[in-house]
Structures are given as structure tokens and as C-alpha cells.
Design a protein around this ligand. Structure first.
Ligand code: CA
Length: 439
């Protein structure tokens, strides 16, 4: 008998998980990896309220007894890779056990209460790490609004390239420079176009930007030369995080033709440390983006019944900016934009199907990012390039400061949450980074 771990009737005995507006009620239970003071190695953890629950410690106390050996072993690793590799059904047994242990109404919780209390650490006291050893990172370009807004800056009469409505556009990113939320990001130096007729220059980027994105971790791998069908794609995804694809626009515009982004992107990518599983996101699945009647129907390998019916996700996203002056004055961060993952032109399933359509093998813990999530509204633009029209219309902050692009000391904060009638709100925590001056 399947247990509904998303049931709104569930309540936790961990008080902070019952607080209004918490990102981590008992219905969420995301996974992450934390360095916990006093422990020699990083620990697999879940978030409940304002606590991180040390799952590794639970295995030592025998609290996870009865689960598959592979599940227990995965909880004792220093990354989420083994957990991500588990079959969905095995992973679900862990989620159900954690839910039961943390649920108010379960008598079992009482037996283990002392062990659980000891394994609960304040999130403020642990250091969250990049949750997995990421082998490959691919960044897509799945928002038609972002593609159109950016295209307009360079080709006002013909913003969208002819392939866009047929191909989920992407490029291969750099996995080695993915950092966890809270890591300061050094302004990159690079080669940029010179003034008209002049040679290019090399120096600190002057047009540093963020990109509001969502990342998806691969669970089940596909063998080389065996594409994943569109309606199987969900079985190949573990969960989602927030992702900031820091971008140096001046380096990018000089280098991107003909092979696409390279050093303009590879200096840093920030991820939120909690991976919200697809099981937790189940109540927030929505139909794929409704294309306009005039748009072409995607080729058959990108069209699936299940994917069309519920391949989208209702995830509200926002970007906030805190300047050094705001920080010193103790002012709240300034909201730059709000958008929603459901407005993506391509679903994550279509990205997986397309990525593997040539036989390319995705491996467990590979990271796929959506590309900048911009919406139809002018208030839903997911990067400064769009918001300021490449610096032509600076954004005016609450305290009168203006920004065309990011300045040293600026902190960018991404947040995300899922809300809908009949479900308990769940959130992603933060994806945060502060810009350091160039070396
Ligand atoms: Ca991007």
C-alpha cells in the first residue's frame, strides 16, 4: 500500500517544520550533503524546518533497519550519487521511512525520539556542500521569453532563430566550477571586443550578470547509444535545485560565435544545496507549456502523452539583489524579478529525450539546467541583460542606487517554492552568491 508522503494531513513533531512559510515541511524532505561540526566526513542529510537531519547518524543507530542494504549504504556516502542511482521505488522507501520518523502521529517516532533529536542539527550550524559529484553539466535555453528578449537586443527584426521551436537548444557547461550557495564568486577576467576598429582587450568583465535557472539531477543513467524515450524521461530525473549561471556578457558577446558560450560561463555556477525530489514535486506537476496555434508541433521524439499532460512544474521563482550599501544599512534585499518554471517552452522530459536522442549517455548525478527562466511579463525577466536591455535601462533600486550589471560586493539571491490549492507549500531554500573583485 503506497504511502502518500505529500499528504497535507501530515504534521511533524519538529516544531519549525510546522511554521507558516517554511520551505521544509514534512512533505518536502529534500536531500543534501552537509559538513557537520565534529563529524570527520560529509553527511547525507534531509531538511526539516530549520534543521538538517543527519541520515548517516540514523543508519548508525539502526533507525533505518529493514530498508534495503543498498539504501542504507547510499545514506552513508559523502555525496548523493549512490542515493541518486537508486531505483525510484527504493528511494521512495527511504522517503517514507523519514516521513514516518518525523511525523507527529506515528508511535514509531517515540521509540527513536532521542536518536532523532541528536541527529537534528540547526541548518545554521552546518555547512552545505555541492550535493553530488557532478560528472557533466549541460545548460539548456528552454525559456522562449528569455530567448526572444535576448534575441531582440541583437536582432530586433528577427529575435528568435528558426531552430528554436524545434530544438531544445543547449550547450555543454563546466562541472568543475559548480559551487554551493554561499560561495563568493570572483569576477572573471577575459577577452572582450575592443572599441570600433581596435584590437580586443583582456581584463575584468564589466558586464557581469546572473541567470535565474533550475537544475535537474539525473538519477537512472542510460547506456551509450540508447536514447531515452520522452515518456520515460521522468524515471531518469532525481530532483531539482536552484541554479545561478553567472555570465560575463562582454566576454560572451566576443567569444560566442561560432561555437557558443565558453569562458563567459565556466568561471562559476552556483547551486542551492537541497535537492527537492520528484516525489516531493508530484503535487506540483502541470501540463507542458501551451504553445501558440501557429507554432510547429515538435518532432515525434519530443512529444509524449504523459509529458504533455504533466511534464511541467509549478515552481515560483524569484531573484533578489543586496548591494553592499543595502547590507550595511540592514535593508531587505531588492526583488528584481519573479517567474515560474511552468512557463518554460520545453519540459525537462523533452530536454532529457533530446539530450539522449543521438545516443549520448547521461550518467547518474549529471546536472541539466533549464536556462534562464523568464516569463511573458516584463517583471519576469531572469537576468540583468534582459531587465536593463544590456545596460540601456538601468534598474533603480529602493534606495536610489542603480544597476546595469552586477558590481563588486553585490549579492544575488535566488529563491523558489511550490504552492497550490490542496497541497502544502514546499520550497527550495536559497541559492546565494556575492561578487568579489577581479584578481
Ligand atoms: Ca544559462
Amino acid at each position: 500500500m503506497a504511502v502518500n508522503t505529500c499528504d497535507p494531513a501530515l504534521h511533524s513533531w519538529v516544531k519549525s517544520a510546522e511554521a507558516a512559510g517554511t520551505d521544509f515541511p514534512i512533505q518536502n524532505l529534500p536531500f543534501g550533503v552537509a559538513r557537520i561540526p565534529g563529524e570527520a566526513t560529509p553527511r547525507v542529510v534531509t531538511a526539516i524546518g530549520d534543521r538538517a537531519l543527519d541520515i548517516h547518524a540514523l543508519t548508525e543507530a539502526g533507525v533505518l533497519a529493514g530498508l534495503d542494504d543498498a539504501v542504507v549504504a547510499a545514506c552513508r556516502q559523502t555525496t548523493l550519487n549512490a542515493l541518486m542511482a537508486l531505483p525510484r521505488t527504493a528511494l521512495r522507501t527511504l522517503r517514507e521511512r523519514l516521513s514516518a520518523l518525523l511525523e507527529e502521529a506515528r508511535v514509531e517516532t517515540m521509540r527513536h525520539r532521542a536518536v532523532l533529536e541528536a541527529a537534528l542539527k540547526p541548518q545554521s550550524a552546518v555547512e552545505m556542500l555541492v550535493p553530488a559529484a557532478i560528472g557533466d553539466y549541460t545548460d539548456f535555453y528552454a525559456s522562449i521569453f528569455h530567448a526572444t528578449n535576448v534575441g531582440k537586443l541583437f536582432r530586433p527584426e528577427n529575435p528568435l532563430l528558426p531552430n528554436y521551436k524545434y530544438v531544445p537548444i543547449g550547450y555543454h557547461g563546466r562541472a568543475s566550477s559548480i559551487v554551493p550557495s554561499g560561495t563568493a564568486v570572483r569576477r572573471p577576467r577575459g577577452q572582450m571586443a575592443g572599441a570600433a576598429g581596435e584590437a580586443p582587450t583582456f581584463g575584468p568583465s564589466r558586464l557581469l550578470d546572473y541567470e535565474l535557472e533550475v537544475g535537474a539531477f539525473v538519477s537512472k543513467p542510460n547506456p551509450l547509444s540508447e536514447p531515452v524515450g520522452i515518456d520515460e524521461a521522468r524515471e531518469h530525473l532525481f530532483g531539482l535545485c536552484l541554479l545561478n549561471d553567472w555570465s560575463a556578457r562582454d566576454i560572451q558577446s566576443w567569444e560566442y560565435q561560432p561555437l557558443g558560450p565558453f569562458l563567459a560561463k565556466s568561471f562559476a555556477t552556483t547551486v542551492s544545496p537541497w535537492v527537492v525530489t520528484l516525489d516531493a514535486l508530484e503535487p506540483f506537476r502541470v501540463p507542458a507549456f501551451a504553445r501558440s496555434e501557429e507554432d510547429p508541433v515538435p518532432l515525434p521524439y519530443l512529444i509524449g502523452g504523459d509529458d504533455q499532460r504533466r511534464g511541467g512544474f509549478e515552481v515560483r521563482l524569484e531573484v533578489l539583489l543586496e548591494t553592499p550599501r543595502m547590507h550595511q544599512a540592514g535593508e531587505a534585499p531588492f526583488l528584481l524579478s519573479r517567474s515560474n518554471l511552468r512557463e518554460l517552452y520545453w519540459t525537462l522530459g523533452q530536454m532529457v529525450a533530446h539530450h539522449t536522442s543521438n545516443g549520448c549517455n547521461l550518467r547518474t548525478a549529471d546536472l541539466l539546467a533549464t536556462g534562464t527562466v523568464s516569463g511573458a511579463a516584463t517583471t519576469a525577466r531572469g537576468c540583468l541583460l534582459e531587465i536593463t536591455a544590456r545596460g540601456a535601462q538601468p534598474v533603480v533600486l529602493r534606495n536610489g542606487e542603480t544597476r546595469k550589471f552586477l558590481e563588486d560586493g553585490d549579492t544575488v539571491i535566488l529563491r523558489g517554492c511550490c504552492e497550490r490549492e490542496g497541497a502544502v507549500r514546499i520550497g527550495f531554500g536559497e541559492c546565494r552568491g556575492t561578487v568579489l573583485p577581479a584578481r
